[in-house]
Design a protein. Structure first.
Length: 259
């Protein structure tokens, strides 16, 4: 499938949007430190879905977003995004911090959603199970923390730490700190309202996630009505890079079972 890229202006911010494929809309909300761009996973999914990958305002080369103060602001932004694009029956896929945004969005309004998939999503506080404090790690250490496979980590470092990505990484880190510094990577109010999510929900986690231990998967499943969990073995925090085939199979099976 051919990937098309355009720049859209919404809420006063110009952001790139990549699209490919055909079929039901699969809106992908990426993680906070994504400089990988369009992944092979999205090409595979584009055989059966219209894959839509927008850049988050404030991230990855977008313009400034003066209104951006919290994850909830991004949740509201993507509600406006779906309305602006006239999307309906959307399968919403949130990866890492994109999962937090997706859950916050679904708490607010699921009218345009057909399903929700959260992959390694922060946003919850789990006593006795602290997440890794990524702000205390160097860029290279953080990338190592993301993966089980050292070979995959080395390849990811070669891509992400290339000189041409230096400004993007800095922009992403600054925006992430602004949104998640205090409280660190969770919203104390989010868990109170997860019962409002009324679309089929899949929780996906890497069995060896060092950023957010897989105990968080059980907590999400406990709080979101009817949610089901899939654990990917030999996988860290970013299955879309480390175990894309396994993640693709989970996504397809889940969505097709709800068709």
């Amino acid at each position: 499938m051919t990937m098309h890229e355009r720049v859209m202006e919404l809420c006063g911010v110009r952001t790139p949007v990549r699209t490919s494929g055909r079929g039901p809309a699969l809106l992908v909300l990426e993680g906070a430190n994504n400089v990988e761009g369009w992944l092979p996973l999205y090409d595979s999914l584009a055989r059966d879905f219209t894959v839509i990958l927008p850049a988050h305002p404030g991230y990855t080369g977008t313009g400034p977003a003066p209104w951006l103060d919290s994850i909830s602001d991004l949740a509201n932004y993507y509600l406006d995004f779906m309305q602006s694009e006239e999307l309906s029956g959307v399968h919403l896929l949130g990866l890492s911090i994109g999962g937090w945004i997706a859950a916050d969005l679904a708490v607010r309004n699921t009218a345009r959603l057909a399903s929700l998939t959260l992959v390694g999503a922060p946003g919850l506080y789990l006593p006795g199970c602290e997440p890794l404090d990524i702000f205390l790690r160097s860029d290279a250490q953080f990338i190592d923390d993301l993966f089980v496979s050292s070979d995959v980590a080395q390849a990811a470092k070669a891509r992400a730490l290339a000189p041409e990505h230096e400004d993007l990484l800095l922009q992403n880190k600054v925006t992430t700190a602004k949104l998640t510094w205090q409280p660190r990577f969770y919203d104390p109010d989010l868990r109170k309202w997860l019962h409002r999510i009324d679309v089929p929900t899949k929780i996906v986690w890497g069995a060896d996630d060092r950023i957010l231990p897989k105990a968080y998967a059980d907590e999400w499943a406990k709080l979101v009505p009817g949610a089901r969990t899939s654990i990917i073995e030999a996988c860290g925090h970013v299955p879309q890079i480390e175990r894309p085939d396994a993640l693709e199979k989970i996504i397809r099976t889940f969505i097709q079972s709800r068709a």
